[in-house]
Write a protein that binds this ligand. Structure first.
Ligand SMILES: [Zn+2]
Length: 477
């Protein structure tokens, strides 16, 4: 009798372990691939600009609602931002979903340059895949939680306007929407499969506006003061400053307005500056020097200047505790294999890239080994999230190896089968990682200790680098 009871108990435990086995998540996502591919392809066609992702956000929300998520929309004063929640109590795991496209990159899913619409928007950073892939992950985790009665909350954050001066997530973090979250998972399209923890550059962008006095450029130049001179003097000083900043610093500018016609002394000119640096402290230091160059330029040219910070982003704090878990799951899922047709597409599109040393096409099928201390010379508003919640991300080979982000080639890959395959690798990896955390929530403690240490102790208070300005909802209008 005793051994019979033990046998019953053993079989019951075995059943429970099997039912909770996250491997069922992979199968479910394979079964649902067509549904999420269709959503990614639809968002790719719409290619909506930052803060104007109206159809995209509605499509994502509609799918989440159908799955039983509760939706809060228009969060942080951003009409296209939302948070969808399922479940209750701790742990709370957040997944990020980006959705905005880029100007000027309209492109068909072909290996040669073919715009759908001249100068139109295109998904050159693959945020159509980011949005639909994260949706797939959240839905898969929810189904798994539901059928196994898993305790906790899964949240999908619809995060608009990542590109340019959008900085959507900085306003979401500022509004406190991540305050109750224990771990955040995200991903990004790329040309390789990697879950190694890496940082990004802190970033700040502002418009400097010079005002002068208009006058006839030939008949009365002594009566005019050129606002364009102010811009040029500032640019000259900043270009000298480049020699006296640390190696990893990035400084870029464009003159947005330089006057109307050369026979009138320009009374208005505007220059946009972006500064990037590996640390927020370093960024702030260079920023103060940048503002001084604008004041000096105005003083020397008899003009006046003011500036408006458009957005500011933190560097990303890698979280090794979560990254190792993500790596384990990415290795389990593996890279992507091309069909003969996809290999042909890859060979053709690689010929259009201006570089002679490209990684092999076969590398799309591999997972990069875990490595530490990577730094990407770009910036993301995920950085702000990573300072308030332990955060881990991965990239997958949605782009043919060697294809850079923000290119028409990336848009082409994001709208065809190679991109969709990479998206499913990300969806599976994120879903498996979330499931692992739900099954072993004790990992949150070391992840949080690591975050606190990386922030420099207990005294950290998040302060947005965008200051108290409102989200620039019209920056793409
Ligand atoms: Zn991106």
């Amino acid at each position: 009798m005793k051994s019979f009871l033990i046998l019953i108990a053993f079989s019951f435990c075995f059943f429970l372990v099997n039912a909770q086995d996250p491997a069922v998540i992979i199968k479910k996502l394979d079964d649902d691939k067509a549904r999420f591919t269709e959503i990614a392809a639809t968002i790719w066609k719409w290619a909506e600009p930052g803060y104007l992702e109206n159809k995209t956000t509605a499509l994502l929300q509609e799918n989440l609602k159908k799955e039983g998520f509760t939706i809060e929309t228009g969060i942080a004063g951003i009409p296209t931002a939302f948070v969808a929640s399922y479940g209750s109590g701790k742990p709370v795991i957040g997944i990020l979903a980006e959705m905005d496209a880029l100007p000027g990159l309209s492109q068909q899913p072909t290996p040669d340059r073919n715009a759908v619409e001249e100068n139109g928007y295109g998904h050159g950073c693959g945020h159509n895949l980011f949005g639909a892939g994260s949706l797939a992950a959240a839905v898969a985790v929810k189904n798994w939680m539901e059928s196994n009665k898993i305790k906790g909350t899964i949240k999908l954050y619809g995060t608009p306007a990542e590109e340019g001066a959008g900085g959507g997530k900085t306003y979401l973090v500022r509004a406190g929407v991540f305050n109750e979250v224990d771990a955040v998972l995200h991903w990004h399209p790329g040309d390789n499969n990697s879950a190694s923890p890496s940082s990004t550059l802190a970033y700040k962008v502002a418009n400097f506006r010079f005002k002068g006095i208009a006058a006839h450029a030939a008949a009365a130049p002594e009566k005019g003061r050129s606002a364009l001179d102010g811009v040029e003097a500032m640019n000259f000083m900043v270009n000298l400053m480049r020699e006296h900043v640390s190696q990893e610093t990035r400084i870029h500018y464009v003159i947005k307005k330089g006057g109307v016609t050369s026979n009138i002394v320009p009374d208005f000119a505007e220059v946009e500056f972006t500064i990037r640096h590996p640390s927020v402290a370093g960024l702030n230091d260079i920023w103060d020097r940048l503002v001084k160059t604008s004041e000096a330029a105005a003083m020397g040219t008899g003009t006046t200047v003011s500036h408006e910070v458009m957005t500011g982003l933190y560097n990303t704090l890698p979280n090794e505790t979560l990254a190792k878990l993500m790596q384990k799951n990415l290795e389990k899922v593996g890279g992507i294999q091309y069909t003969n047709e996809e290999t042909l597409f890859a060979e053709q599109i690689r010929k259009t890239v201006a570089s002679t040393s490209l990684p092999s096409i076969a590398s799309a099928g591999e997972v990069k080994p875990y490595a530490l201390n990577g730094l990407t010379s770009a910036s993301t508003d995920v950085g702000d999230v990573s300072w308030v919640v332990p955060t881990a991300g991965l990239s997958t080979a949605t782009w043919v190896p060697g294809i850079p982000a923000h290119s028409w080639q990336a848009v082409a890959c994001d709208g065809m089968s190679i991109g969709f395959k990479g998206m499913m690798v990300a969806a599976k990896t994120i879903a498996l990682t979330a499931a692992d955390i739900f099954l072993k929530p004790q990992i949150i403690e070391p992840a949080t200790v690591e975050l606190k240490k990386a922030r420099g102790g207990d005294g950290f208070v998040y302060k947005s680098l965008a200051g108290d300005r409102k989200p620039p909802l019209d920056y793409r209008k």
